[in-house]
Design a protein around this ligand. Structure first.
Ligand SMILES: Cc1cc2nc3c(=O)[nH]c(=O)nc-3n(C[C@H](O)[C@H](O)[C@H](O)COP(=O)(O)OP(=O)(O)OC[C@H]3O[C@@H](n4cnc5c(N)ncnc54)[C@H](O)[C@@H]3O)c2cc1C
Length: 396
């Protein structure tokens, strides 16, 4: 039997690809290497789990051994790939060298850490996998006050989840409104109103600069944007705001993991650069999921990686297949005000228009030719998702 297909990473990208590949090729060996336990779980559940009182273990859908057995794969769990040799066509682990016939990097992304002053930087949590969730879950005490850094998708979801689960929550963000990079202002404002009604405090236009210990508690310190002069975060003492809290959870974004690929000489930019068949700059090496930059775009969501996995399985079994992305709305899982959005595409001139109904908000982004190029649905209007996806499908 020849060298296996080697997949580095057992997140949704790694496992989905392995399953899609096995559907098309019943016999080629598959080896998945992961520095975590290798279990299959749905990462999006991490920001919806507290309200349902879910323990970390209960979030595992299939343990690694069972997931591997189902597709006759081998999982090398809790093993870090230290190096890739694209000439010898091997991946180097600390205890062995694994040859590959094709290699897929599905190594995900790292949470961005803000450069913070103060003596409590080590007390800032982020939740990007099951282990992180376990740590955060263990640190939460009944009724604790949590400060979230970041009011983007993941920050809003955690804020809602924590509030429903009975914790006190404040959110601090530099942007003037929640979800600033994803939705138009009107939808961001509606989210702020809904989460505020659920008990979440917002401190927007706020640049966090330090976290200090204060006995068993912490103090989060920020300056308001109005007081930031010429790009510097120096401010008059009066401009500094402080908040006493038990825990800080950072949700300020993710950065694709590119170091392994870069060290192997692969082209990287914001992510591991791949073309429309997910091929990197090295022969027979591909990238998929949060770590990949496809035609200049990083798409850290589930639908793009599933679409990519199906196409890549065909490519790896002898039919080179371009990934063709359908309309892929992003769902913001905030029960206080659920949202579904296809952001306005960059570089297209157009306008947003809105309809508001009882408990619902519907926004359309149309270009100069009146073609629907994006939408946002909030609250009860999310039921119109399929209709608008169809309408957009006719546009593109
Ligand atoms: C809290 C949260 C909520 C989310 N909610 C949504 C949502 O509602 N909808 C949506 O579409 N998306 C959502 N996302 C994004 C979505 O979950 C991700 O896009 C997706 O899970 C990424 O999968 P991945 O396999 O690319 O990366 P990961 O799941 O990060 O997997 C990376 C894998 O690589 C392994 N690895 C890394 N480096 C090495 C190495 N050197 N050696 C060996 N193994 C290595 C890791 O151990 C891991 O197994 C959410 C993300 C988070 C964090």
């Amino acid at each position: 039997m020849g060298a296996p297909l080697v997949i580095v990473g057992t997140g949704l990208a790694g496992w989905t690809l392995a399953r899609e590949f096995r559907k098309l090729d019943p016999s080629t060996p598959i080896v998945l290497v992961s520095r975590d336990e290798g279990a299959f779980y749905s990462k999006p559940m991490l920001s919806n789990a507290l309200a349902g009182r879910r323990s970390p273990a209960s979030l595992v859908t299939t343990p690694a051994a069972a997931a591997a057995e189902a597709i006759q794969a081998t999982v090398l769990a809790q093993r870090e790939v230290a190096r890739i040799d694209t000439v010898a066509r091997t991946v180097v682990l600390d205890d062995r060298v694994v040859p590959y016939r094709a290699l897929v990097l599905a190594v995900g992304a790292d949470p961005i850490r803000l450069p913070l002053q103060g003596d409590a930087g080590d007390r800032v949590y982020s939740v990007n996998d099951l282990v992180d969730y376990g740590r955060f879950h263990a640190a939460l005490t009944t009724g604790a006050h949590v400060t979230l850094l970041g009011a983007g998708l993941i920050g809003c979801e955690f804020a809602n989840d924590l509030a429903v689960a009975g914790y006190q929550v404040d959110v601090v963000d530099l942007a003037p409104l929640p979800l600033g990079r994803l939705v138009p202002e009107r939808a961001g404002r509606a989210m702020q109103v809904a989460l505020s009604a659920a008990g979440v405090g917002f401190h927007l236009g706020a640049s966090v600069r330090a976290i200090h210990r204060d006995g068993a508690r912490l103090v989060v310190e920020w300056v308001t944007v109005g007081s930031i002069r010429s790009g510097s975060i120096e401010a008059e003492p009066a401009d500094i705001q402080r908040l006493s809290t038990d825990l800080v959870l950072s949700a300020v974004g993710l950065r694709p993991r590119t170091a392994l690929a870069a060290a192997a000489g692969l082209t990287v930019d914001r992510g591991i650069v791949v073309d429309s068949i997910l091929r990197t700059s090295a022969p027979d090496v591909y990238a998929l999921g949060d770590c990949a930059e496809v035609d200049g775009q990083v798409m850290p969501y589930v639908l793009p990686l599933m679409t990519g996995a199906r196409a890549l399985a065909k490519t790896l079994t002898g039919t080179p297949t371009d990934v063709v992305y359908p309309v892929m709305p992003v769902a913001v899982k905030t029960p206080a005000f659920p949202l579904s959005v296809v952001p306005a595409p960059q570089g297209i001139t157009g306008e947003w228009s809105f309809l508001e109904s009882d408990g619902g908000l519907e926004g359309h982004f149309k270009d100069r030719e009146e073609r629907l190029q994006g939408f946002v649905l909030g609250g009860t209007a999310t039921s119109r998702r399929a209709t608008l996806v169809r309408a957009m499908g006719q546009t593109i």
